[in-house]
Ligand binder design. Structure first.
Ligand SMILES: Cc1cc2nc3c(=O)[nH]c(=O)nc-3n(C[C@H](O)[C@H](O)[C@H](O)COP(=O)(O)OP(=O)(O)OC[C@H]3O[C@@H](n4cnc5c(N)ncnc54)[C@H](O)[C@@H]3O)c2cc1C
Length: 463
């Protein structure tokens, strides 16, 4: 039986990053994967969706070429080529992980892994052959899949999840998107930009409900301006797929409504892959669909750890990677601190983009802080005007007493690349005045951060 220092189960951004860090630290490492290296993120999540959204953005530029003094006979798209480009990008990224595994001398074991007692993993390959491997430490990073609601069963054709949504052969004429979290609105934006008639149904009062309320409101306005129908405080009660189209019964505050569309996309969250991997046999504790771990990702069973989407915390690729790195550094005996879950950035890559970190204004008030809040609109930014992208704003929230940067919320073009400034600033306990004295380059979208901070301290220049 092959013996390793560390075996990682699952090769998503949690698993493969964990394996690389383990190998860097001198551990003999293997990774088990039942599908494609790179997990959901590279194959069915972060990367292929961003490829689709890039096609949507380019198409949008082409359609508005005249706004930039350019002319074009007719902007058109080939839906199947757009999908193919996205799939090719994903395949290329997965190959990249294959290269990284080789470079870091990590053994890749193909097949479905199951934990066994005695710190063993049994891997069953596609020919149904099972082989056992042993390790001093096993890290579970088996991720998640699209969550199914009982009244919204996915048949993969008319009621679909995110995998089908990024690999449809034919563009639907109309689509109902259930759920307005990041995944839902990214697809809503993509399909709307491609010319599909899109309706978003959200159970809660606001779209992108985890965001600061002002961001949600601005985003809802943008969705509507783009031609997307938005129904908040509404829930899909049932779907009828017996006809050519899907009929969805939607409960709203005003009563019941029936919507009709070619396809319903269910984007109501995730379900972790924790079944049949041996958790029960080993008596590993779970809670509300997640594996229970301590601050350094150790389960209640010695030598077994879990990271990424299978544990509590935001289900994001960068979180999975950070957890995995920390987990193996702790196993190595390094002097590491637990992850600061209060300083995790979250991004939505629709148009406009959304990026945020830290507390919303409501959360900061509820926590009892006295606040200094500043906002700077992109309509007052030279760079945004020049780019024809003046929608949105940056909002910063500081504690009035000690100047702590409590939260930063952005909506607009390119903000997902700007949020790292706030993450780093908060990590270094930067005060508002320090941000103000850090000269930002002109003209850039990032000046809006400095100006928003200036607005919080009544020193704003350009509004
Ligand atoms: C449409 C979509 C868009 C997204 N966009 C973003 C984004 O822009 N930014 C962001 O941060 N996050 C995004 N996410 C979330 C992100 O993809 C996940 O948080 C991330 O992939 C979690 O990483 P993970 O390593 O925990 O698990 P996963 O990426 O799910 O990987 C788990 C891997 O384990 C394998 N596996 C499962 N069970 C077994 C087993 N028993 N044996 C062997 N292998 C097994 C699976 O095949 C899979 O490859 C998106 C998700 C979706 C669905």
């Amino acid at each position: 039986m092959s013996k390793y220092d560390i075996i990682v189960l699952g090769s998503g951004p949690g698993g493969y990053v964990t394996a690389i860090r383990a190998s860097q630290l001198g551990f003999k490492t293997a990774i088990v994967e039942k599908e494609s290296l790179g997990g959901v993120c590279l194959n069915w999540g972060c990367i292929p969706t961003k490829a689709l959204l890039k096609s949507a953005e380019v198409f949008d530029y082409l359609k508005h070429a005249e706004d930039y003094g350019l002319s074009l006979e007719k902007a058109d798209k080939d839906f199947s080529k757009v999908i193919k480009r996205s799939r090719d990008v994903a395949a290329g990224m997965s190959k990249g992980v294959q290269f990284l595994m080789k470079k870091n001398k990590i053994d890749v074991i193909e097949g479905f892994g199951k934990l066994k007692s005695g710190k063993k993993v049994a891997v069953t390959d596609k020919d149904d052959k099972t082989k056992e491997y042993q390790a001093d430490n096993i890290i579970v990073a088996t991720g998640a899949r699209s969550r199914e609601l009982p009244n919204l069963k996915q048949d993969g054709k008319k009621v679909i999840g995110y995998r089908e949504a990024m690999s449809l052969e034919k563009q639907p004429k109309s689509m109902i998107v259930v759920g307005s979290g990041a995944i839902g609105v990214e697809f809503a934006h993509f399909y709307n930009a491609m010319g599909t008639d899109v309706t978003v149904v959200e159970f809660l009062p606001n779209v992108v409900p985890l965001e600061d309320e002002e961001i949600s409101k601005q985003f809802e306005r943008s969705l509507k301006k783009a031609g997307i129908k938005v129904m908040t405080n509404s829930s899909v009660e049932s779907v009828d797929t017996s006809g050519k189209t899907v009929k969805a019964k939607v409960k709203t505050k005003k009563g019941e409504e029936t919507l009709e569309a070619d396809i319903v996309l269910s984007a109501v969250g995730i379900k972790t892959n924790i079944e049949n991997i041996g958790l029960e046999d080993l008596k590993i504790k779970t809670d509300k669909d997640k594996i229970v771990v301590d601050d350094f990702y150790k389960t209640n069973v010695d030598g077994i750890y879990a990271i990424g989407d299978v544990v509590h915390g935001p289900a994001l690729a960068h979180v999975a990677s950070a957890e995995g790195i920390l987990c193996v550094e702790k196993i190595k005996g390094m002097d590491v601190e637990p992850l600061d879950y209060g300083n995790i950035p979250g991004c939505t890559y629709a148009t406009p983009e959304i990026a945020s970190v830290g507390m919303t204004e409501k959360q900061a008030k509820e926590a009892g802080y006295e606040l200094k809040v500043g906002k700077f609109p992109f309509s007052a930014s030279g760079k945004a005007k020049a780019a024809g992208k003046s929608e949105g704003f940056v909002k910063v929230i500081f504690d009035a007493k000690y100047g702590e940067w409590l939260g930063c919320h952005m909506i607009g073009a390119g903000v997902t690349d700007m949020i790292a400034e706030a993450v780093l600033g908060r990590k270094l306990e930067t005060t508002g005045h320090e941000v103000l004295k850090a000269v930002h380059p002109h003209p850039t979208m990032s000046e809006a951060v400095m100006e928003a901070v200036a607005a919080a301290y009544d020193e704003v220049i350009h509004i």
